[in-house]
Ligand binder design. Structure first.
Ligand code: SF4
Length: 354
C-alpha cells in the first residue's frame, strides 16, 4: 500500500484523550488512537483522523452508463468506472465483497493521482467518470478531488452509492456530482439496522438532498428473497419514491443472484420481479426497469403518456430509439425525462471541452 494513500481526512473532530469522531457517515465513529472505523478505511493516528485509501484504485474499467444503472443520463455513454476498498454497510449478499470487505493493506491496488484519472478519461475519449463498485462516499477526499478536476475539464461525475452519509459532507461533494444511482436496499428500518448495517432514514434523506441539489437521480431496489420481498414493504417504498422524488425519477428493480454470505440462497424469481415491476408502474412511477433479467420488456423505456416503447434495450445495449428532439416521444410528443443527449461516438459536436 502506497504511503501517499494515507492523508488527513475531512469531516472529523478531535475529542479528549486523543480520540476522534468521524462525521462523514451516520455511524459517527468515535475512534481511539490506532483504531479504524466501521468502513475499514479511516483511522485515528495519534489523535488525527486519516483516510487510508486516497488514490488507491482497486478496479478500473470503461462500462456502458446503463450498467451503473443510469438509463436517463446521456444514454449509451461509456463511463470510466473506478473504485477502492471498504464499505460502511455490511450487506451479506454483496456482489463486490472482494473489495468491499478487503483491507487497504491487503488489497491489490494501484495508486493513481486524480490527474491520472483525467488523463485516462482523455486518452479513451470518455468524459464521464463513475465512483462505483465499492462505496464511494467513504473514499470522500479522493472522490472530491478527482470529481473537481473532472468538472474543471468539462466532464461529468457519477456516484453509485448506498447514500449512507451525513448531510453536510454529502452536500459539499454534490457540488461536483452530476448524477447518482442510489440503492434503497429495503424499506424497513429494522432490516437496515440488523442485516444491512445502516440507517434507512439517513439514506432517504441523502436521496432527497440529491434531488434538491439538482443531481440527476435514479434508484435501485435489489429484491432479495426473504429480506425485502414483502409486497407491502415494496409498495411503501414505491409510494415514498413518487411522493418525495417524483414519478419521473427512474426506479430500477434488480434481480438478486447468490453471492458472499448468501451464496446458498436462491435467485429472485422472475415472476415476483415482474409483479413488482407492474405494481410500481400501476402506482404511478413513469420509468420502471428490471435489472439482471435480459430479454424482459422491463428493460425498455415506455412513454408515460401513450405507453409505447420509446427506447428498446437488451442488456446494456440500446437497439431502438424512438425519441425526437432530445426528449420527445416520437409517437405522441410527450416529454421523456432524460438528461443529456443520446451518446454516439461520432457526436464530435458534443458540447464538451474534455
Ligand atoms: S465513514 Fe467510516 S469511520 Fe467515518 S463514521 Fe462512517 S464508518 Fe465510521
Amino acid at each position: 500500500m502506497s504511503s501517499r494513500a494515507v492523508r488527513e481526512a475531512k469531516w472529523y473532530e478531535k475529542l479528549s484523550d486523543g480520540k476522534v469522531r468521524c462525521r462523514l457517515c451516520p455511524w459517527n465513529c468515535v475512534l481511539e488512537p490506532g483504531r479504524v472505523g466501521l468502513c475499514g478505511v479511516r483511522m485515528n493516528r495519534e489523535g488525527s483522523l486519516f483516510t487510508l485509501v486516497y488514490g488507491l484504485v482497486s478496479s478500473l474499467a470503461i462500462d456502458p452508463i446503463e450498467k451503473k444503472p443510469l438509463y436517463h443520463f446521456y444514454p449509451g455513454a461509456p463511463i470510466l468506472s473506478i473504485s477502492t476498498v471498504g464499505c460502511n454497510l455490511k450487506c451479506p449478499w454483496c456482489q463486490n465483497w472482494h473489495i468491499s470487505r478487503a483491507k487497504p493493506e491487503e488489497a491489490l491496488t494501484e495508486y493513481l493521482e486524480p490527474s491520472m484519472i483525467v488523463k485516462l478519461a482523455r486518452r479513451y475519449d470518455v468524459p464521464f467518470v463513475a465512483y462505483t463498485y465499492n462505496e464511494p462516499l467513504i473514499w470522500y477526499e479522493y472522490v472530491a478531488d478527482t470529481a473537481k478536476l473532472v468538472k474543471q475539464e468539462g466532464g461529468f461525475n457519477v456516484l453509485v452509492t448506498n447514500g449512507h452519509a451525513n448531510p453536510e459532507p454529502l452536500e459539499e461533494l454534490l457540488k461536483y456530482i452530476d448524477a447518482a444511482n442510489v440503492d434503497v436496499k429495503a424499506f424497513e428500518p429494522k432490516t437496515y439496522l440488523k442485516i444491512i448495517g445502516g440507517k434507512l432514514e439517513n439514506i432517504l434523506e441523502s436521496i432527497k438532498i440529491m434531488k434538491e441539489k439538482d443531481v440527476h437521480v435514479e434508484t435501485t431496489y435489489l429484491v432479495v428473497p426473504g429480506i425485502n420481498d414483502n409486497e407491502e414493504e415494496f409498495r411503501k417504498m414505491v409510494r415514498w419514491h413518487i411522493d418525495e422524488l417524483g414519478p419521473e425519477t427512474p426506479l430500477h428493480i434488480s434481480r438478486f443472484f447468490p453471492a458472499y454470505k448468501f451464496a446458498d440462497k436462491n435467485s429472485t424469481p422472475t415472476e415476483l420481479l415482474t409483479k413488482f415491476w407492474a405494481l410500481a408502474k400501476s402506482e404511478g412511477v413513469y420509468y420502471v426497469y428490471l435489472g439482471n433479467v435480459p430479454g424482459h420488456k422491463g428493460e425498455y423505456t415506455f412513454c408515460s403518456h401513450c405507453e409505447k416503447p420509446v427506447v428498446k434495450r437488451m442488456g446494456f445495449e440500446i437497439f431502438e430509439w424512438n425519441i425526437e428532439g432530445g426528449n420527445k416521444c416520437k409517437f405522441c410528443g410527450a416529454t421523456i425525462h432524460i438528461r443529456g443527449e443520446r451518446w454516439r461516438r461520432s457526436s464530435r459536436d458534443f458540447p464538451l471541452v474534455f
